[in-house]
Design a protein around this ligand. Sequence first.
Ligand code: DHB
Ligand code: FE
Length: 277
Amino acid sequence: MATIVGGLTTSHVPALGGAMARGVQGEPYWKPFFDGFAPVHRWLDAVRPDVAVVFYNDHGLNFFLDKMPTFAVGAAAEYRNADEGWGIPTLPPFRGEPGLSWHLIEHLVEREFDITSCQEMLVDHAFTLPLKLFWPQGCPVATVPVAINTVQFPLPSARRCIALGKAVGEAIASWDSDQRVVVIGTGGLSHQLDGARAGFINKPFDLQFMDSLVDDPEWAAQFSIPELVEKAGTQGIELLMWLAARAAVPGPVRKVHGNYHIPISNTAAGMMALEPA
Ligand code: DHB
Ligand code: FE
């Protein structure tokens, strides 16, 4: 059976793609963020995952407002990136793992998650940049994208995203394969890009949220979606991806590393690596 080596979470601000392309990670503005990744690169070298299951939210590249699945699972041999208009380089296609994709899809439908299965799926910055952050030399793992709608209301609750993550974790653990799987969640932390609260960041909430993922991973489920938007911002609700990724890692976890820096672009930028305790 497959092994879950741990969970990784990170913000996915598009400007990070420009910084990596320009090679300016060591400049004062970027360094406090990028420095957080060195211990995680060492951890990845040690735990050697073969596959990454990536919870992320599409921002209008693959799903637009006309058709918006709440949960979508990729089932392709390859996932292409495309220009989203952020002025960052388009990354080469990512390798899929259709065997795990279909196993996940079957398990989720069996567990009464009404997901959309996607045999073609463009992946946006929320998928591509975290993989580049974790593997700057090029992505060595096969991938399974799992998209959660955070763009068009109504959004799935925190409790529902935790349940999805748990079901994904069960599916990975029951996959008849000797491959090693890392679960990734991208987005957040607090930020709001539009409206009267544009620029809103909530450091105390973010730090409490990051702590909760280690010892009390259902803490955030006490809040409704409007309450989470109030605390984390309209786009900070992307923290739902962190909840799903954490829930996919079974049992208690140990924090391998964490980092938090304000701001990158308009966003409180966080990162965590967790492994089964
Ligand atoms: C920014 C953050 C995001 O999560 C995103 O998807 C796009 C932009 C930002 O802070 O610029
Ligand atoms: Fe985003």
